[in-house]
Design a protein around this ligand. Structure first.
Ligand SMILES: NC(=O)c1ccc[n+]([C@@H]2O[C@H](COP(=O)([O-])OP(=O)(O)OC[C@H]3O[C@@H](n4cnc5c(N)ncnc54)[C@H](O)[C@@H]3O)[C@@H](O)[C@H]2O)c1
Length: 359
């Protein structure tokens, strides 16, 4: 049985589906601080089977010990964590507590339970503002541009030291580039609880009329059109990478690092154009000054994952945008009928509006 922490979240849920699809049994641990139990229903519908669910926190050692005692867990995929860059600047301690403290407590509980196979949801942010492009796994880490990035790097360092101290550990550090998109059924995707600070979720909310305009931070970078360039990867491709990494780690020893990206960068304006072309919706945008901590460009050299895991992103940017839009329309449809019913009471309108804001 595989434990997926953060398994009701955006990426974790896709990983759980992937594991179920390969016949694995799965238990999810999530405190639901940024997700909800609806993910469990969606996973069950799409996967044809249920994952077990435990409401709990990776920082809670007693809960973890009980979890390892109750379930025959053989490996852990650790997706739980906080991920909003701006929030991490305002509340660094919360980020270090969850992302670093939570990872340490999880590793302690794993060791106590005799479970030593671990995959960690890391991020390209650990490379900071890399002078080398594309970025391969030998590029230096160590200068992330915000506390979120430092928390991911610190957690990586904890796991690397641990594996160096004890050969029973087999750890995979998966450095995600920019996961976007949704399940290709349109039934499972990202549902941001707060104002999104990444391009795609914000763009989708503008396209669906929840927000007025897309703010584009910086149009004077040394890139193809002055806007920031990122390596967007379909979340289903990303989830497949976890399955292949798990195969590679089982029975192994030490730390392996793999970039999960497509190897292709797109600027903000290229993404907006592709969205309009693919989904037929235009997105009003306004240019703003550069945002502190943003790098001009970042894309992966994914060759190591291709050679060692046989993993390659198969889905195109158009696939990512189409699937994300299908999901966004589904989310919006759940709320709009309430908003637009003519006989609706003012209280219900206010309630529906706050629900819409919370989606
Ligand atoms: N989405 C991205 O762009 C991206 C990029 C690189 C890396 N990552 C990493 O991937 C992981 C998953 O990201 P996501 O986009 O699915 O985020 P998400 O917020 O959708 O999912 C994270 C899940 O973890 C849960 N969680 C948070 N803190 C917890 C705790 N202390 N104990 C138990 N559960 C907790 C949340 O409720 C949520 O369900 C994160 O660790 C994130 O740092 C994400």
């Amino acid at each position: 049985m595989i434990l997926v922490t953060g398994g009701t979240g955006y990426i974790g849920a896709q990983v759980v589906l992937q594991l179920l699809g390969h016949g694995q049994t799965v238990v999810i641990l999530d405190n639901l601080c940024n997700s909800s139990r609806t993910s469990l229903e969606r996973i069950a519908r799409l996967g044809g089977r249920r994952a077990r669910f435990v409401l709990g926190d990776v920082r809670n050692r007693a809960q973890l010990d009980a979890l390892f005692a109750d379930f025959p867990i053989t490996a852990v995929i650790h997706c739980a964590g906080l991920k909003a860059v701006g929030e991490s600047v305002r509340e660094p301690l919360r980020y270090y507590d969850s992302n670093v403290g939570g990872s340490i407590t999880l590793c302690q509980a794993m060791a106590a339970a005799g479970v030593f196979t671990l995959i960690f949801s890391s991020s390209a942010t650990v490379y900071g503002d890399s002078p080398r492009m594309p970025i391969d796994e030998r590029c230096a880490t160590g200068l992330p541009t915000n506390p979120y990035g430092f928390s991911k790097l610190m957690a990586e360092n904890v796991m690397t030291s641990l594996a160096a101290s004890d050969a029973r550990w087999s750890v995979g550090l998966l450095r995600y580039f920019n996961p976007i998109g949704a399940h290709d059924s349109g039934e499972l995707g990202e549902a941001p609880a707060q104002i999104p600070n990444n391009l795609l979720p914000y763009l989708l909310q503008v396209a669906s009329g929840q927000r007025d305009v897309l703010h584009v931070y910086g149009n004077d970078y040394a890139t193809v059109d002055g806007t920031g360039v990122r390596d967007y990867v379909h979340v289903m491709d990303l989830a497949e990478g976890h399955w292949l990494a798990l195969q590679a780690l089982m029975g192994g020893s030490g730390v392996q690092v793999w970039n999960l990206g497509t190897g292709q960068g797109y600027s903000v304006l290229q993404v907006v154009d592709a969205f309009t072309r693919t989904c037929g919706v235009s997105v009003p945008l306004v240019f703003e000054p550069r945002r502190a901590g943003d790098v001009a460009q970042c894309w992966a050299d994914p060759d190591k994952a291709r050679r060692e895991l046989g993993w390659q992103a198969r889905r195109t940017l158009d696939d990512m945008l189409r699937d994300a839009w299908r999901w966004e329309c589904r989310l919006a449809a759940q709320h709009r009928p309430i908003l637009y019913t003519p006989r609706i009471t003012p209280v219900a309108v206010a309630q529906a509006a706050s629900e819409l804001a919370a989606v």
